[in-house]
Design a protein around this ligand. Structure first.
Ligand SMILES: Cc1cc2nc3c(=O)[nH]c(=O)nc-3n(C[C@H](O)[C@H](O)[C@H](O)COP(=O)(O)OP(=O)(O)OC[C@H]3O[C@@H](n4cnc5c(N)ncnc54)[C@H](O)[C@@H]3O)c2cc1C
Length: 375
């Protein structure tokens, strides 16, 4: 007998884990599938997983990020406090230009913060840094452990999903490595990160950015995490994490070569005393971002149907949009997956279970007509 689920979530990074959790909390019978173990391959395994607000001049993306930050911080503290370290995060100006901009950013710091002087930074063991913002409520997750904890009560199977077939009532999940697979689902959530290829979703413009993280054993007395051009975590149980994601690429990573980027270590050495750092482990991963840097959460448009039935769409027509039945996405979380995922998952679960309309800022439909006009 085939097993039938309310929703099958594909991808066990932080987006898939939070989606599964939110749907299960709303009473759904869910299953998570991933071609690797939980948070073992995609961006979520490699993430430094800082959970901190965004600074800037009050853009829509900053506002959304900071709404997500408030939600994520409370979510992790309430439900998964063992895997969230509320170390505080200091946001340090990257360079002289950035130092000049910080006073302009201050008016838009809509989450709790305080200013921290150069002398106070030095006392904390942070060198070569100008006056900064301290976000005491921010922190760092243990990324794969957080994903595993969120999935603790959710069934999981290691399956490489190759095709999804809709029979008018249910989705059938297909994988050539497992041809006796009999999993069916009313709904599918795609949380596949940068490998967003199961349907034609070019309009979302998902792109990968490579990053590295090195975990170093150290006895450095460092109680606070910080972000300058790279992230340096507090010393948590004898480990300091250095990480950054800046290399745009479609190809697998050729830069790290099993070693963390040496520039990462050099930059960290300008900030903190790295003299006793011993590399314990290197991680490398691709994070996925959308065309406009906003998350992609909601229904998926039936692109072949739209292009075939409404050819004038290429010249600016605006027909009613047709979505693929019962197919959803939670992706495009960029460099802030651990900040965005809990709130995005909550919104997605409200769409799926309560049929609540999705927030326009994250609805992938926003990108479709513009994409069509450029075809
Ligand atoms: C070095 C680094 C540092 C980072 N630092 C931070 C940070 O400090 N704070 C922060 O918030 N974010 C950070 N990020 C970003 C964050 O990691 C990502 O936003 C987040 O991991 C995205 O999660 P996801 O679930 O969308 O995708 P992923 O974690 O990439 O998960 C996608 C999953 O889908 C699976 N999959 C894909 N296709 C299939 C298929 N067909 N069948 C089965 N399984 C499939 C993959 O195996 C993978 O496990 C960092 C990223 C990197 C790389």
């Amino acid at each position: 007998m085939p097993k039938i689920y309310d929703t099958v979530i594909i991808g066990s990074g932080i987006a898939g884990c939070c989606s599964a959790y939110a749907l299960q909390q709303k009473g759904q019978n869910v299953l998570v599938l991933d071609r690797s173990a939980v948070a073992a391959s995609g961006g979520s395994g490699a993430a430094g997983a800082f959970v901190s607000p965004k600074i800037g001049k009050g853009s829509v993306l900053q506002t959304l990020t900071n709404e997500a930050f408030e939600y994520a911080k409370s979510f992790y503290l309430q439900y998964f406090p063992k895997d969230f370290y509320q170390t505080g995060v200091i946001r340090i100006p990257k360079d002289a230009d950035d130092t000049e901009k910080f006073p302009l950013y201050e008016a838009f710091n809509n989450t709790t913060y305080r200013k921290i002087t150069q002398q106070a930074l030095t006392k904390l063991g942070i060198n070569n840094s100008d006056e900064s913002f301290m976000f005491d409520e921010a922190g760092v997750c243990d990324a794969p452990q957080m994903c595993r904890a969120i999935l603790e009560k959710v069934p999981f199977m290691q399956i490489d999903v190759e095709r999804l077939a809709w029979d008018g009532e249910y989705w059938q999940i297909e994988s050539s490595l497992n041809d006796s697979l009999t999993i069916r689902a009313k709904n599918i959530v795609l949380s596949t990160g940068y490998q967003n290829e199961l349907f034609d979703m070019r309009y979302m413009g998902v792109k990968g950015t490579w990053g590295s993280r090195g975990d170093y054993v150290s006895s450095l007395d460092l109680n606070v995490s910080m972000h300058k051009s790279i992230s340096v975590s507090a010393n948590i149980e004898g480990i300091v994490k250095l990480g950054a994601t800046h290399v745009k690429s479609k190809e697998p990573c050729k830069i790290c070569n099993g070693q963390p980027l040496s520039s990462l270590f050099e930059k960290a050495s300008e900030m903190v005393d790295t003299s006793d750092f011993v590399l314990k482990e290197t991680f490398c991963g691709m994070r996925s971002g959308s065309k406009d840097y906003f998350p992609l959460v909601g229904k998926v448009i039936d692109v072949p149907f739209m292009l075939e039935n409404y050819p004038k769409i290429l010249r600016g027509a605006k027909p009613e949009i047709e979505h693929i039945p019962n197919l959803y996405i939670c992706n495009g979380l960029g460099g802030r997956g651990f900040v965005f995922a809990p709130l995005m998952a909550e919104q997605l679960s409200k769409l799926i279970v309560e049929k609540q309309e999705i927030d326009k800022r994250i609805n992938p439909d926003r990108l479709f007509l513009k994409w069509c006009r450029k075809l």
